[in-house]
Design a protein around this ligand. Structure first.
Ligand code: ADP
Ligand code: MG
Length: 395
């Protein structure tokens, strides 16, 4: 079990605390369309305010590629955070140097300061030690609450920890606890549901989970490659020809390990993703020659839901179909509902899967919806995330 120190395990009173947050919010014309990520960081920020710390926040926003981009400045984020905290949030146009030091000196205890977009500095993604040192000079303690970037070794996620004691924020703590719980101490039966477009994105996850689960469910576009590997004609469906061999090997591995592996029995098919007509449901071995599989069928959804119902733990990554289109969203919806109704410990990872869960309004019924897409995938692959590795261990 991964056990890292958090803000609660160290003294933060009257300290200058540098907090790496993930404020990478969707932004268009200065308007934030979804502030979920800002809200997710509030528990840590409020805790620091309540403990009279000087809270210095740093995040990236978009992909400025080491250059100052006016449309990617953090000002709208500072404004929104101020509204959520009901408190003024200070904001400066730099991250390091004399102006940053001065701003921190001028802060009162309990104040919150947001630094500029850290990816305006090319040194950030290079994990430049000099830049990390300058960031660290602003504070006495480093708190990483940006789980979404924990799989990246950057100056503000990893570099600073060389110069400051480093602990997890509340969001990071919850992510580590929930993801470790399912990987290392699952309540059985442990069921993993994997979907999404491609097998190639999830090979590492499948491999790692095959060593741990009792049942592996494969749906979405990636199931097509498994079906084809088993000799089923999937017509124009998305298939990764170079992964057919792998799909066979993974099924062999499942058999050896005694893992029950479930593939779709029936599918929703159509001539194309854009089709409005010619949509139908067929057994997987009867896909018409001019059609493609775009969702799991009703029987499959029932089969998968039954497994979810009796599970002790469920991990889900990747939608069951092209859920962005209403016509191909039913399989994903059925599974989301089954998960919401299940008593199992449920953990959902992946950006698109989390979006599907949110769209259905069942986020609250899931034990944990991870805020990190890539980061949660790498965690499920069994990799050590650099942004977590640098945090102090609990003794
Ligand atoms: P996540 O972001 O949750 O990890 P992925 O990015 O791996 O999920 O997969 C999501 C994508 O997979 C969606 O854009 C969805 O349209 C696509 N997808 C799911 N099923 C199919 C299918 N049968 N054919 C083509 N694309 C699919
Ligand atoms: Mg995705």
């Amino acid at each position: 079990m991964l056990a890292k120190k958090s803000v609660e395990d160290v003294d933060v009173k009257n300290k200058c605390v540098l907090v790496r947050v993930d404020f990478n919010v969707p932004l268009a014309d200065g308007v934030i369309s979804d502030d979920t990520r800002i809200k997710a960081a509030l528990p840590t920020i409020k805790y620091l305010i309540d403990n009279n710390a000087k809270t210095i926040l740093v995040s990236h926003l978009g992909r400025p590629k080491g250059q100052v981009k006016a449309e990617l400045k953090m000002d709208p984020v500072a404004k929104r955070l101020g509204e959520l905290l009901n408190k003024e949030v200070l904001k400066i146009d730099v991250c390091v140097g004399d102006a940053a030091k001065k701003a921190v000196e001028d802060m009162q205890l309990g104040d919150v300061l947001l630094l500029e977009n850290v990816r305006f500095y090319p040194e950030e993604t290079k994990n430049d030690p000099e830049f990390a040192k300058k960031l660290a000079e602003l504070a006495d303690l480093f708190v990483n609450d940006a789980f979404g970037t924990a799989h990246r070794a950057h100056a503000s996620t990893v570099g600073v920890a060389k110069y400051l004691p480093a602990v997890a924020g509340f969001l990071m703590k919850k992510e580590i606890e929930m993801l470790s719980k399912v990987l290392f101490d699952p309540v059985r039966p442990f069921v993993a549901i994997l979907g999404g477009a491609k097998v190639s994105d999830k090979i590492g996850v499948i491999n790692n989970l095959l060593d741990k689960v009792d049942c592996l469910i494969i749906g979405g576009g990636m199931a097509n490659t498994f079906l084809k590997a088993n000799g089923i004609k999937v017509a124009n469906s998305l298939v990764e020809e170079d992964k057919l061999e792998l799909a066979k090997e993974l099924q062999e591995k499942a058999k050896e390990k005694g893992v029950k592996l479930l593939l779709p029995l029936d599918a929703v098919v159509a001539p194309s993703i854009k089709a409005t007509g010619g949509i139908g449901e067929v057994p997987v071995d009867q896909v018409p020659g001019d059609c493609m599989i775009l969702d799991i069928g009703t029987k499959t959804a029932e089969l998968f839901a039954k497994e979810v119902k009796t599970a002790g733990t469920v991990v889900w990554n990747g939608p069951m179909g092209v859920f962005e289109k209403e016509a191909f969203a039913k399989g994903t919806e059925a599974l989301a509902r089954a998960l919401a109704d299940s008593k199992a410990i449920s953990v959902v990872g992946g950006g698109d899967t989390a979006a599907a869960i949110k769209k259905l309004g069942v986020t609250d019924k899931i034990t944990h919806v991870s805020t990190g897409g890539g980061a949660s995938l790498e965690f499920l692959e069994g990799k050590e995330l650099p942004g977590i590795a640098v945090l102090m261990d609990k003794e």
